[in-house]
Ligand binder design. Sequence first.
Ligand code: KG4
Ligand code: ZN
Length: 352
Amino acid sequence: MLVLGIETTCDETAASVVRRDADGKGTILSNVVLSQAAQHAAYGGVVPEIAARAHVEILDHVIAAAMVEAGLSFRWIDGVAAAAGPGLIGGVIVGLTTAKAIAMVAEKPLIAVNHLEAHALTPRLTHGTPFPYCLFLASGGHTQIIAVRGVGDYVRLGTTIDDAIGEAYDKTAKLLGLPYPGGPDVERRAERGRAARFSLPRPMLGRAEPDFSLSGLKTALRLEAERIAPLSETDVCDLCAAFQAAVVDIVVDRVKTGLARFAERFGRPTALVAAGGVASNKAVRAGLQHVADAAGVPMIAPPPALCTDNGAIIAWAGAERLALGLTDDLEVSPRARWPLEQLSPPPAPGGP
Ligand code: KG4
Ligand code: ZN
């Protein structure tokens, strides 16, 4: 089964063709990602209107490149998948409308993919991970701990009550004069800094529910930065190190609690899975490995290029849905908000 996947929910314009074999094995035939980061850099964050226009200008070229790289024409694919939300609505409209046009002209089924589901199912593409597993999803827009029980079958165990972790990285970077997106730059400087120089808070530690809060940490960091301004390169590295050490402590504690809640409700997970842009952070990964080892479950993290947004994860989620006969009609609407719990699992074979 060959599926074309289109991703336009944020600031990456991306398309990919993925093959899913009958035994569930996935192969990426092409994966073209065009980042708009440079166009947003001056603003310190993604500007929705700029993003939507950039998607319109480039998406057809990106799709063409993905088809050429896969050596296929639309005639040979079995379905067209697009991220139909959640995300910046202008971009989502561009991607979904384009997918509808291709589906209509090529007479192929359309699969409207939830972007979060795409992150959630990625370990099945990269590692063949069986259900159920515990997912820690941390990106620029989301920080969630989710029980992944099957395609379309998700239970959210915890979430952030304010900022997402990636957002906290981005705001920290902006505050310290580092470019957008902030994660990779903050991580690089943290490796050279001295975390112990500042004492930053770790909100929510020890709470019974595996929720997150980042805004207090962000404020504390800002106050420390203001206290010692003007900042030298050493100051910036030390602040990055202190911030990242706090983030890792928070992640370790909250995910440990999440795994415990998972076990109480659903039994032993097959794995702890990390996804989303923040999961490409080496310190965060090391912390998660620790938590997984202590719980006696494997830690699985897709390679960094599949943790950040791309078309292959959309194509794969589309393929998993198509294999279960789950397709969408051309009337399906793009959605800015679309919580994972609103998806429904496929009906059981022989059921109603
Ligand atoms: O999953 P993603 O590409 O897009 C969203 O759906 O948001 O995640 C992007 C986010 C950004 O906030 C970025 O700063 C963060 O992931 N990120 C990182 C790292 N690489 C990307 N955060 C921490 N460390 C990194 N190495
Ligand atoms: Zn994402």
